[in-house]
Write a protein of this length. Structure first.
Length: 365
């Protein structure tokens, strides 16, 4: 054997040895997770025990990113641990995650990014259906879009919180890349119709006007539905993502056609229980103020005085009456923090209604 072959053989033996050790450590971690489940069930017999703890998971992933020695990036190492934790959690109790479907949507991608691939994903046709699925207990958590960096807030999601008892348990941001897709063997110049969701058309408007001007654009319920139609109808294309392309066997006529390269959508994780502090949290509230001069100032001034940073404020029509409005506010901190508690107490004195939607870890991945 040459020196190169000898050295490669030694390195491969070392990799085999390390693989065995990694496998043994993952198995030991999985056994520990099973023991956690046993302890919880014995302590709460007959109760619906929550095995998934968002704050605990966020702390673990943050620690992994901070202590990662390389050469893999902290982000990549955290993704590996996310899948390990997902598989271990499935041993305790497989989670059902409802998402805005059908299969192949960006919302499903966000769900898998946040929970890992060892969950049972449940596609549903509408945002309100996702809320109902979680409220009924048929799903442990739900994933719904709430805002896009190009098109702004998803009003339907905000409006659902006005009446739903569900809490926000987490968030996940997903970089959105849109592709022009068609069935295998399709001539790109023969396309006469393009299917997509209205949000995707809006996010790709400039590219479409420059490269596919005059071609009919047909709005459908989701990008996955657009991909399905493109796979079945000759002479058509779809705007969708990688998951839909793979699911329906489509080829890319053009990739990354979104107008803004930083195009990102934020999704919320909704559930039935409140989340404990993780050390790096965000909170969301809905506030209805009295319609009088200075009402907005009275709402925002306590945040400034207590040095709490607002990350989002939106106005939605109130269902209680004409020309009445509800403020949706995101801010940094947990509702158990002393400063936040003081702010909310002051707002509660002035507001017609204050609804605490939840505190949750700021997205790690």
């Amino acid at each position: 054997m040459t020196d190169e072959q000898t050295r490669l053989a030694e390195l491969r033996d070392e990799i085999d040895r390390l693989d065995q050790k990694v496998m043994e450590l993952i198995s030991a971690r999985a056994a520990c997770a099973q023991e956690v489940a046993r302890v919880k069930m014995e302590a709460h017999p007959g109760e619906d025990v929550f095995f998934y703890r968002p704050e605990r998971e966020a702390r673990v992933l943050r620690r992994i990113k901070e202590q990662n020695p390389g050469p893999l990036s902290g982000e990549e190492m955290a993704r590996l641990f996310r899948e390990i934790m997902s598989a271990c959690l499935a041993l305790e109790k497989p989670m059902h995650i409802a998402f805005l479907g059908p299969a192949g949507t960006f919302t499903q991608s966000a769900a898998l990014k946040h929970f890992g691939h060892s969950v049972i994903s449940v596609p549903l046709p509408a945002i309100d259906a996702v809320f109902r699925e979680v409220e009924s207990g048929a799903a442990h958590y739900g994933v719904v879009p709430v805002e896009n960096s190009t098109e702004g807030m998803i009003n339907h999601t905000l409006d659902m919180f006005m009446h739903s008892p569900l809490k926000i348990c987490g968030e996940v941001q997903l970089r959105i890349h849109h592709h022009l897709l068609a069935a295998q063997g399709t001539d790109g110049q023969a396309i006469t119709r393009i299917y997509s969701h209205q949000q995707s058309f809006a996010q790709c408007r400039q590219w479409l006007d420059a490269h596919r001007y005059g071609i009919e654009r047909v709005t459908v319920s989701s990008n996955a539905e657009a991909a399905r139609r493109a796979a079945e109808e000759p002479g058509t294309a779809a705007i969708a993502g990688d998951m839909a392309a793979e699911l329906y066997g489509l080829k890319k006529l053009s990739d990354k056609i979104e107008d803004r390269p930083d195009n990102t959508t934020r999704f919320l994780i909704i559930g039935r229980e409140e989340v404990s502090p993780s050390g790096h949290d965000k909170s969301s509230i809905l506030v209805s103020m009295r319609n009088r001069a200075g009402a907005l100032y009275q709402l925002l001034e306590p945040f400034h005085r207590h040095n709490i940073s607002l990350t989002r404020i939106e106005t939605r029509p109130s269902p209680s009456g004409t020309w009445a409005y509800v403020f949706y506010i995101d801010f940094e901190g947990h509702m158990e923090d002393e400063g936040v508690r003081r702010v909310l107490a002051e707002i509660d004195e002035e507001a017609v209604e204050l609804k605490r939607l939840g505190s949750y870890p700021i997205g790690v991945l």
